[in-house]
Design a protein around this ligand. Structure first.
Ligand code: NAP
Length: 280
């Protein structure tokens, strides 16, 4: 039993304590009544964000390209929360998939209050000037254009409701371009600008737009880096917290930004990077 519970029990008696803890449980569901779309959420950071939003009371639609991955991800939600999760396949680079994602969210849960645009890709490793036009287009299509187009599609629904919250997932590479993945880094810098620009236009509509720039988070995406002892050690030299981040380290800040606790926060780019250098 926690110390405060024991003390409260002594002071108030059992029933009131029960009431108190029920109240605090209810109050902690800060996203109760909200409906969220989290893209690229069948694993890694997206799944971590989706789980946190659901545990904070939101109804969440998870998605990614492969239906089998989405099915697997659905199985990882606790039994008592699964009614608040819906899964569908969606490649964010495809117009028809994005439309289907939005229609399905409205059909399933009746609203869209939150968009977390998390999908990112990086088909090019090597010197920047060796990046092909195709690879450049793919990086910008998935990382930047689809984020903009998804935001554009959800905004009318948020406007109709009188409120909304959009969060883009950028990268610490947006601030300090990462050698060998420079075009990816530039695409993530573009998301910082997209955040500021959309926030300016959507503020009067009570739609807030913010951006998270994760440091190195332990997922499949960063596997080449985190699983190589030499590179991992080098990477952590610049971090103040001497570990890689976990998807849960991102979920909490996204949930906060989508909640009324962050009602006056918009246009911000927030680094979650364990103290790694992170300013332009
Ligand atoms: N991990 C890091 O260190 C780190 C650091 C900074 C920023 N980020 C950013 O965080 C985001 C998530 O990365 P992560 O580390 O969580 O990656 P991850 O663990 O590899 O997961 C990627 C997820 O995205 C889905 N996906 C990939 N391409 C997609 C597309 N075109 N449309 C829809 N879904 C797609 C994948 O499922 P399917 O294969 O089924 O599509 C999977 O669910 C990315 O934007 C990445 O740039 C990551």
């Amino acid at each position: 039993m926690r110390l405060w519970t024991a003390l409260a029990k002594q002071a108030l008696g059992g029933n009131q304590v029960k009431q108190l803890s029920t109240t605090s449980r209810v109050m902690s569901k800060r996203l109760e009544g909200k409906v969220a779309i989290v893209t690229a959420s069948s694993q890694g950071i997206g799944l971590g964000i989706a789980k946190k939003l659901v545990s904070d009371g939101a109804k969440v639609v998870i998605s990614s390209r492969k239906a089998s991955n989405v099915e697997e991800a659905l199985k990882s939600f606790p039994d008592n929360e699964i009614k608040n999760v819906h899964g569908i396949s969606c490649h964010v680079g495809k117009h028809e998939d994005r439309e289907k994602l939005i229609e399905e969210t409205l059909r399933q849960f009746g609203a869209i209050d939150i968009l977390v645009s998390n999908a990112g890709t990086n088909p090019h490793f090597g010197p920047m000037l060796e990046c092909t036009e195709d690879a450049w287009d793919k990086i910008f299509d998935v990382n930047v254009k689809s984020s903009f187009l998804l935001a554009k599609s959800v905004v009318p629904h948020m406007e109709a409701q009188g409120a909304g919250s959009i969060v883009f997932i950028s990268s610490i590479g947006a601030f300090h371009p990462i050698p060998m993945i420079m075009p990816y880094s530039v695409s993530k810098t573009a998301l910082l600008g997209l955040t500021k620009a959309l926030s300016f236009e959507l503020g009067p509509e009570n739609i807030r737009v913010n951006c998270i720039a994760p440091g190195i988070i332990d997922t499949k995406f960063s596997g080449a880096l985190t699983s190589n002892e030499f590179i991992a050690e080098k990477a952590l030299e610049n971090a103040h917290i001497k570990r890689f981040g976990q998807p849960e380290d991102i979920g909490g800040i996204v949930s906060f930004l989508c909640s009324s606790d962050a009602a006056y926060i918009t246009g911000e780019n927030i680094v979650v990077g364990g103290g790694m250098p992170s300013r332009l």
